[in-house]
Design a protein. Structure first.
Length: 401
């Protein structure tokens, strides 16, 4: 009983506030240390980012630069000893970074390791597939993964590289159509590939998950932005991000995918110019996009993305016309959320007291919905009714023992 009174006291204390979330913010950082370019390769180790290779319209680069997140300073490191290239794959494992494949101007399959401690490059076993560029690369644990891309044609093969044995092994082919210029990232033990050019339609929007434990592909919710190629992707926590790229013109929109809910949300557009063939990666809780091309200008600017921030506002800040109420409240098992006006194709987001979204229910129509408690632990929750990415009504829910 004491715990119930405590929850009720907190709920009453917070009666006049609701939680809302920004779309994230972009901040320009120091320009990339090398020349402007597109199709560069970039990965991160700790709080440092590493960017190199690429093409300027006149030269294939092989220079290599380190960016320090704490000082916002670029420092040149040892150049890749192989040929200059663009459209290479890259990832990191521990304190080592890896770059391979690409276009030189021929399709290559060499693969190189860079040691952060010694600033030295070592050639490793060639990529197991055919030479190609614009493939997707990411790491999971001590393994690296490379798939899709274009060489003599579009590909959908998918390969695993073992750091301990320096060997490549084929895995289950990418389940989507063979393609080039897709975006990809990893979250935990899962890898993700989507968008790109497959030679069948203009561009693609499908999005797929690969499970390292079962070596199987599962189609997820399609990318909701316009179909595109040459976008960039990275992950922060349990969310993946895809943005920029090219459709009928260069793009600067930016989208988040939630692994827990399989739902996409549009975020703040990249502050800099629309572009494609940029670099994209994350360090800790921040994401980064830079360099690239807008089909006319080569860029060397560099931007930091800070994800959604929790904002506390008054209930008066909500638009007029719709309210929602929860009953029973407190609830122990199922509860019902009633709306003052019937809604069409709305979504319901449930946040915990720390502002973390823990559940989303999509495609809500009508004037009420019944929800089972499921895995909601005892505590205070905040209910947001959302339409067109905006909260239109909110209420609080208390779950008791």
């Amino acid at each position: 009983m004491k715990n119930i009174f405590t929850l009720l006291f907190i709920a009453c204390f917070m009666l006049s506030v609701i939680f809302s979330f920004s779309q994230g913010t972009w901040t320009q950082k120091t320009n990339y240390g090398g020349a402007a370019r597109y199709g560069a390769a970039g990965f991160t180790i700790g709080t440092k980012a590493y960017v190199g290779m690429g093409y300027s319209g006149a030269a294939y680069f092989q220079d290599f630069w380190e960016w320090d997140q704490t000082t916002d300073i670029w420092t040149q490191k040892a150049s890749l000893p192989g040929v200059g290239r663009f459209g290479a794959v890259c990832f990191s494992i521990g304190t080592k970074g890896y770059i391979g494949t690409g276009y030189t101007p021929s399709y290559v399959q060499d693969f190189w390791e860079w040691d952060q401690a010694t600033d030295t490059w070592t050639q490793k076993a060639n990529f197991g597939g055919t030479g190609r560029y614009m493939a997707v690369g990411f790491s999971i644990g001590t393994k690296g993964y490379v798939g899709t891309g274009a060489g003599s044609g579009f590909t959908n093969d998918f390969w695993e590289w073992n750091q301990a044995s320096d060997t490549w092994a084929p895995k289950a082919n990418f389940a989507g159509t063979a393609r080039s210029g897709a975006a990809g990232f990893s979250i935990g033990t899962k890898g993700y590939i989507g968008t790109g050019l497959d030679g069948i339609g203009p561009y693609t929007q499908d999005f797929w998950e690969w499970d390292q434990a079962t070596d199987t592909w599962t189609q997820k919710a399609g990318f909701p932005g316009v179909a595109r190629l040459y976008a960039r992707g990275f992950s922060i926590g349990n969310k993946g991000y895809i943005g920029t790229g090219f459709s009928s013109a260069p793009l600067q929109d930016f989208w988040a995918w939630d692994q827990a809910t399989d739902a996409w949300t549009q975020k703040a557009n990249l502050t800099g110019s629309a572009r494609h063939l940029a670099i994209g990666f994350s360090i800790g809780t921040k994401g980064y996009i830079g360099t690239g091309w807008n089909s006319t200008i080569y860029f060397q600017d560099f931007y930091e993305y800070t994800p959604d921030t929790l904002v506390i506002t008054g209930e008066d800040d909500l638009p007029a016309g719709v309210t929602c109420s929860v009953y029973p409240n407190p609830a122990q098992q199922a509860f019902t959320i009633a709306f003052s006006t019937s809604v069409i194709n709305a979504a319901l987001d449930i946040y915990n007291i720390y502002g973390e979204k823990i559940k989303t229910i999509n495609n809500i129509s009508g004037n009420k919905i019944k929800i089972e408690r499921g895995n909601l632990v005892s505590g205070i929750y905040f209910i947001h009714l959302v339409q067109q990415n905006k909260t239109i009504a909110a209420d609080r829910l208390i779950i008791t023992w």
